[in-house]
Design a protein around this ligand. Sequence first.
Ligand SMILES: [Zn+2]
Length: 54
Amino acid sequence: MKSNCPECKNDIDLSRYQSIKEGMVIECDHCGMTLLVKSINEGIVTTEIIDEGK
Ligand SMILES: [Zn+2]
């Protein structure tokens, strides 16, 4: 599975997660941004930045 950070545009290392599911919260290992998994499609994980200011 692959995911691209919407913040820093780097590939996120997903190998440290045992499984990725929709609604799960992951962290970008490059910029430390907290991301919510929105959808998983053919191995591509789409994430959304969680705005911690709210
Ligand atoms: Zn990032």
